[in-house]
Design a protein around this ligand. Structure first.
Ligand code: GTP
Ligand code: MG
Length: 213
């Protein structure tokens, strides 16, 4: 897919499909799927908004733990974008965290079309202990994942570059991780176009017949 086609895909229709905390309510998995995961407040919902050029498609918030359900968005009937609840939210009651973790584990185990997890990592802090633990969860589940630094507008370029190098070192040890690191800012729209091109590569192709029509 060309960069122009990727831009067009993300500028086109993107519809909220379902928000649910119940695995039996996950929508039928007919499209290739990409999920967004990371620490609470790392910027997952903002990232989905930046990719799709919307202000409030996914609900972003200053309050960590905003996204409490698994939220499915249908991008042009070609790719499912999935906003996952974050981990490591210090203020959430233990029982609630366990419930989200269980929900996510069941999601990861039950979605054959899941092509990729975008693992968002705060560009100011790099990969922390719970990020490493979640990498292991993905390794064990055999789900390919892409490390992406967020909020790079918040630190000097030399600082996030150091963090990116450190994350690149860490993921070398993780079998299911892709071996490069993206650096982004949803706020300043940095690295977002590159992400669109990369993610569009996972979308369902339109058949030549359909393209002509
Ligand atoms: P949970 O749903 O609680 O897990 O959070 P989340 O990962 O979806 O984070 P969300 O997108 O809600 O963003 C959390 C906060 O970070 C909000 O105040 C956003 O405005 C802010 N934020 C997100 N991306 C960026 C960014 O690129 N730069 C800056 N400066 N702030 C950002
Ligand atoms: Mg969120």
């Amino acid at each position: 897919m060309t960069p122009a086609e990727a831009t067009k895909l993300f500028a086109g229709d993107c519809d909220f499909l379902r928000a649910t905390a119940l695995p039996e309510q996950f929508p039928p998995s007919k499209l290739p799927e990409v999920a967004f995961w990371g620490r609470s407040n790392v910027g997952k919902s903002s990232f989905i908004n930046a990719l799709t050029g919307r202000k409030s498609l996914a609900r972003a918030s200053k309050t960590p733990g905003r996204t409490q359900e698994i939220i499915f968005f249908d991008l042009g009937h070609r790719l499912m974008l999935v906003d996952l609840p974050g981990y490591g939210h210090a203020k959430a009651p233990r029982a609630e965290q366990d419930r989200w973790n269980d929900l996510i584990r069941r999601y990861l185990a039950a979605r054959p079309p899941l092509r990729l997890v975008c693992l968002l990592i705060d560009g100011r802090h790099g990969a922390l202990a719970n990020d490493l633990a979640m990498m292991q969860v993905l390794d064990r589940a055999g789900i390919s994942y892409q490390a992406i630094l967020t909020k790079i507008d918040q630190v000097h370029a030399t600082e996030w570059q150091l963090q990116a190098d450190a994350v690149a070192e860490v993921i070398k040890e993780h079998p299911a991780a892709r071996h490069d690191v993206f650096a982004t800012s949803s706020e300043k729209k940095l690295g977002i176009e590159e992400m669109r091109v990369f993610l569009a590569g996972f979308a369902e192709n339109i058949s030549p017949k359909l393209k002509i029509r």
